[in-house]
Design a protein around this ligand. Structure first.
Ligand code: DC
Length: 226
């Protein structure tokens, strides 16, 4: 049977994390932040002194690493990296790592393993297109560039907000460009995904909107055991 997965994709700052956490808590599902996996691999690569374009070494690292996500806490090989992976430098490093096909292949397999049992809300860039194309519900979250930069600036988990809104917007545009134009699994809307523009909506309104979609797909609170 197809595992019960809710896929949430979209660019940075669209509100994926807030929505995915909320939805997972509501449904009693597990929340998997796949961006944190790319970030953790990038962090460990730098920690180990690997070059970020050494594809074979990074893929080996991604395959061998123990990556943990418990609530908001992220660990890799025993290092607690929750805050360390959300700096401007790590934004860039993670985007570079995410361009490497061999690393993606390893992490996609790991993500499929995490979702295999169902009961998962998974957020990223390619969940509905590549990781779980048969996901029960697929959402593509978006927002205007200005609003996404503003949210990122207000994000407690993200350090470096002193950079200022203009800088953030420029950096974000560069990463979105990298995520959308890379050869493997570029950010794009999956067939069957519902496009939700969150510009001008607060977290509660976005949650209500998607909760409606989830309920419409026949998934309610009691759906975990199906
Ligand atoms: O969502 P995020 O900003 O934490 O993601 C970090 C980087 O990883 C970002 O450049 C997008 C990339 N990513 C990806 O390519 N595929 C995913 N499923 C998740 C993230």
């Amino acid at each position: 049977m197809t595992p019960l997965v809710i896929a949430i994709d979209g660019p940075s700052g669209a509100g994926k994390g807030t929505l995915a956490r909320r939805l997972a808590a509501h449904l009693g599902f597990r929340h998997v932040d796949t961006g944190a996996m790319y970030r953790a691999v990038a962090w460990k690569a730098l920690h180990d002194g690997l070059a970020l374009d050494d594809e074979a070494a990074l893929a080996a690292l991604a395959a061998a690493a123990t990556i943990g996500q418990e609530g908001a806490v992220v660990t890799i090989d025993g290092h607690e990296v929750t805050r360390a992976i959300r700096t401007p430098d790590m934004d860039q490093a993670a985007a570079r790592v995410a361009r490497l096909p061999a690393v993606r292949a390893v992490l996609v397999e790991r993500q499929r393993g995490l979702g295999r049992g169902g009961g998962v809300v998974m957020e990223g860039r390619d969940i509905g297109t590549v990781v779980f194309p048969d996901a029960a519900v697929k959402v593509y979250l978006d927002a205007s560039a200005v609003e996404r930069a503003r949210r990122r600036a207000d994000d407690e988990a993200h350090t470096g907000r002193q950079a200022g809104l203009d800088r953030l917007q420029v950096d974000m545009a560069a990463r979105d460009q990298s995520d959308s134009t890379r050869a493997v699994a570029p950010l794009q809307m999956a067939p069957g995904a519902v496009y939700v523009d969150t510009t001008g909506l607060d977290a509660e309104q976005v949650f209500e909107r998607v909760r409606g979609l989830v309920a419409g797909a026949g998934l309610g609170k009691a759906s975990r055991d199906q």
